[in-house]
Design a protein around this ligand. Structure first.
Ligand code: SAH
Ligand code: SF4
Ligand code: F3S
Length: 438
């Protein structure tokens, strides 16, 4: 049965890795299956940033026991960030002995060899590399979307925020050669892609490790000239490294979108310091002010965590106050979750579950009211909307995004997919805007 399905958990980097895994599988002659039931290969590309992500994987693996029982030919593989921790690999092997293949983030390109070995040996195969061996170029990619494409510009992270597992499972920062990035984006422009999203755990450290140094602003300037590409976005940037040169480059660029995703994590200087974030609330708020002075239409989004060890009422109050001042367009909000092996996991004064719950609810309530307020401000404006396609549940309506990355729904024919059209915003909801073509 030459069909496969990949279930992806976690961030865009994992989503994009899954596109590469799919590319390799299709290169070997496998076809996508319509569901789990009729797949010959099931791959779980996993995330370990929080326990909730891991639990989803465990629950799916539990459900796969029956499928494997009914079809012993089925090959089940687990890859991505979870297996990069030895303790987790051992746990998966112990709890789910029917998993046939385990590999990590650094040896993803070895999928064809590993699969062949697993089929041949008919016993579990595991191969995890503790560290990467350089950057592998030229792997095939089966992209999920045509109009927007993810492009990795760097891998890994050197920041070691004290709560975060990512540097342990993704290794140190490595930048892709600018020439390779430019040729990938040029190819995408030729194939009809209109928007690229540059990926890295901390894109503004781009280039520091290159022989011939080129910084992130310099890379953006090079990508700006590529034909066919109308919009450039990037994920994620660290507030500490977001310098004035970069803000000015974005302000003058016609293609780099005016959307700033700047994870703040906390509004308390005490907590920011223990988190090892490298900035204060004042520095952060100054950066937002600088951005809004140079680019008044900019949208700003963030990631915020509540319940970091030692977070008291006063610290949480500072977070709420910062959110009010920054007036984020939207936030990804998280409850701190101890990750084994990170410094924060063994810190004293862990916050109790009920307090965390109370805080996350208060934070979400505040952010929702701000998001709606910010969205209402868009009413009456004519914006450039890049059409992504038909609205899935409402035929006759199109779904697109404005440059600020807000979703916009408006009437129109699907022949407009991939086009950029002017739309007058007429209504605002929490999660999207409504408009009509001008
Ligand atoms: N490299 C990116 C994102 C990393 S993970 C960055 O630095 O912004 C995405 C988000 O998950 C983080 O911004 C953080 O808010 C959250 N996160 C990371 N570790 C966490 C943990 N242990 N518990 C809860 N949330 C966490
Ligand atoms: Fe994790 Fe911090 Fe690196 Fe982001 S910058 S991936 S939060 S260690
Ligand atoms: Fe998760 Fe790995 Fe991304 S831990 S958030 S999938 S880098």
């Amino acid at each position: 049965m030459k069909s496969y399905i990949i279930k992806t958990f976690g961030c865009q980097m994992n989503e994009h890795d899954s596109e590469i895994l799919a590319g390799m599988l299709e290169g070997m002659g496998y076809m996508p299956s319509s569901g789990l039931e009729d797949a010959g290969i099931i791959l779980l590309n996993t995330c370990c940033v929080r326990e909730t992500a891991e639990n989803k994987v465990f629950s799916l693996l539990g459900r796969l026991r029956r499928l494997k029982g009914e079809n012993p030919e089925l090959l089940i593989g687990v890859c991505g960030c979870m297996p990069q921790q030895d303790s987790m690999t051992n746990r998966i092997k112990r709890l789910f002995p029917y998993v046939d293949l385990i590999f990590g983030t650094h040896n993803m390109h070895r999928l064809p060899e590993l699969l062949a070995k697993a089929f041949e040996k008919r016993e579990p195969v595991g191969e995890i590399w503790p560290a990467p061996e350089g950057i592998i170029e030229g792997l095939p990619v089966k992209r999920k979307e045509n109009i927007r494409a993810w492009v990795s510009i760097m891998y890994g992270c050197n920041n070691f925020c004290t709560y975060c597992i990512v540097p342990y499972v993704r290794g140190r920062e490595r930048s892709r050669d600018p020439g390779d990035i430019v040729s990938e984006v040029t190819g995408l422009g030729r194939q009809g892609c209109r928007e690229v999203v540059l990926l890295g755990q901390n894109v503004n450290s781009y280039g520091k490790d290159l022989e011939k140094v080129l910084d992130f602003a310099g890379l953006l300037e090079r990508l700006e000239t590529i034909a066919g590409i109308e919009r450039i976005r990037y994920l994620t940037s660290h507030p500490r490294d977001f310098n004035d040169k970069l803000v000015r480059t974005i302000a003058t660029s016609g293609k780099v979108c005016e959307h700033f995703h700047l994870p703040v994590q906390s509004g308390s200087n005490n907590i920011l310091e223990i988190m090892n974030r490298g900035y204060t609330r004042e520095v952060y708020l100054n950066l937002i002010e600088r951005i809004k002075t140079l680019i008044p239409q900019a949208t700003v989004t963030t990631d915020i965590m509540v319940g970091f060890p030692g977070e008291g009422e006063r610290d949480f109050y500072d977070t709420l106050e910062l959110v009010r001042q920054a007036r984020f367009d939207s936030s990804y909000t998280f409850v701190y979750n101890a990750r084994q092996g990170t410094p924060a996991a063994t810190m004293a004064k862990q916050v109790s579950q009920p307090v965390k719950k109370e805080r996350i609810q208060a934070l979400i309530k505040l952010q929702n009211s701000l998001s709606l307020e910010r969205n209402m401000e868009e009413i009456g404006r004519v914006q450039e909307i890049l059409v992504e396609g038909e609205h899935k549940s409402s035929p006759g309506l199109l779904l697109g995004r404005n440059r600020g990355n807000k979703r916009v729904v408006f009437p129109g024919g699907k022949d407009l997919s991939g086009a950029t059209v002017p739309v007058l915003i007429t209504k605002a909801h929490l999660a999207y805007l409504v408009g009509e073509q001008k």
